[in-house]
Ligand binder design. Structure first.
Ligand code: MRU
Length: 377
């Protein structure tokens, strides 16, 4: 997408042909800065500290992390070490495992001398594929928005609520939840986005609002607890969120607070859509509540908040009574029954095991092939 007229992706190969550049998302919305990752360890730190975040971008960064390792040490021990180090960075987004499995399976079959070049090539392909996938999600979701606009009547604005950042900053480009919104806006359909601030890290206020603003999409940032009220008063036509992991049966894990929005949407007959690339579907599990690991992050993300003072200084202040314990669960699971449909690169599909399997039969097969067989070592 464009930043001050210049096209950017969130991750790209540095001009030196070996290092990897990322946009540092910990400094948004006040500072736009690019950081160069020179080692696999730096890629792991970038994922863990959320300089890069969002399921698809975590996967893309991990793929480049494997390439950085291959440039440094293409041996089997280095390959396994990189796989384990990167896998341990964040537990919930399944795109991380998907990208690391892709890279390891490809690389371990190759002679050492070929591994580095092939790793960089595959990491770049994963990034390009993500851009294609998100664009396709955008085209498929655009039809849903167009339909709502048509039903509302000529010139009426379609009000869309989103949670967290499932925008281009969370992917390589376009975003998942935002891709249909950008395309609708570009097609001249009047859209307005209610942006949940998304405490504690404020991905909505800091990232989604920044993105939408740069693209000129009308939006309003709201506290996380406003959505239900807006839905009760007919001010939300649809919800679109992203996901970090969706099970084979359509349970959706996403940023904490998503479930409450789905409940409110269901109570108010507001359609609740989840936009996702197929690498975010974990075909090895069915039960989102029991089987998806939910990341718990530092309490400081809740008890402290960072912002820009009137004098232009970036400062972090404490907002919780001293001594009070805090909890910071980063994700929750929305059961499939609350999801109107999934917007994927292949089309819009019910959040239902058979429907998902029919849309992605080869992914079901490869998940089954990977499952350990009973009685084998
Ligand atoms: O903790 P984050 O910022 O990595 O969480 C991101 C989300 O929850 C996004 O909604 C999800 O990854 C989808 S991104 C297209």
């Amino acid at each position: 997408m464009l930043v001050d007229g210049k096209p950017y992706r969130t991750i790209w190969l540095n001009d030196d042909g070996r290092s990897v550049d990322i946009i540092d998302q910990t400094r948004f919305p006040h500072v736009f800065s690019v950081v160069t990752l020179k080692t696999m360890k730096a890629a792991a730190v970038a994922i863990r500290t959320m300089q890069v975040r969002g399921a698809p971008l975590i996967g893309a960064t991990a793929a480049y992390g494997m390439a950085l390792q291959m440039a440094e040490d293409p041996g089997d021990a280095g390959l396994d070490h990189a796989y384990r180090t990167l896998m341990a960075t964040r537990p919930t987004a399944v795109n991380l495992r998907w990208a690391l499995d892709e890279m390891r399976e490809l690389l371990r079959e190759l002679p050492l001398g070929e591994r580095s070049a092939r790793a960089y090539l595959r990491a770049a392909e994963i990034c390009d594929e993500d851009v294609e996938i998100c664009a396709a999600i955008g085209r498929n979701g655009l039809e849903i928005i167009r339909d709502i606009a048509h039903r509302k009547g000529q010139g009426a604005t379609v009000n869309i609520l989103t949670h967290c950042n499932a925008g281009w900053l969370a992917t390589v480009d376009w975003g998942t939840a935002t891709a249909p919104i950008y395309m609708a806006h570009d097609a001249g359909i009047p859209v307005h986005v209610w942006v949940d601030e998304t405490r504690p890290r404020n991905q909505g206020a800091a990232l989604t609002a920044w993105e939408l603003g740069r693209h000129g999409v009308p939006h309003t940032v709201i506290p996380d607890n406003s959505g239900g009220h807006l839905m009760q008063h007919g001010q939300v036509d649809m919800v679109i969120v992203g996901t970090d992991r969706t099970t084979a049966s359509g349970d959706v894990c996403n940023k904490i607070g998503t479930y409450l929005k789905a409940l409110a949407a269901s109570d108010n007959c507001v359609p609740f859509y989840v936009a996702l690339p197929s690498p975010t579907i974990d075909f090895t599990i069915d039960d989102g509540l029991r089987e998806i690991p939910i990341e718990e992050r530092a309490g400081e993300e809740v008890s402290r908040i960072c912002g820009l003072t009137r004098e232009g200084r970036i400062e972090t202040v404490s907002i919780v009574a001293s001594g009070s314990p805090v909890a910071n669960h980063a994700f929750d699971v929305t059961p499939a029954r609350l999801v109107t449909a999934l917007i994927t690169e292949r089309g819009v599909v019910a959040a239902d095991k058979n429907a998902i399997a029919a849309m992605f039969p080869e992914r079901v097969q490869s998940a089954q092939a990977r499952e350990p067989q009973v009685g084998t070592a």
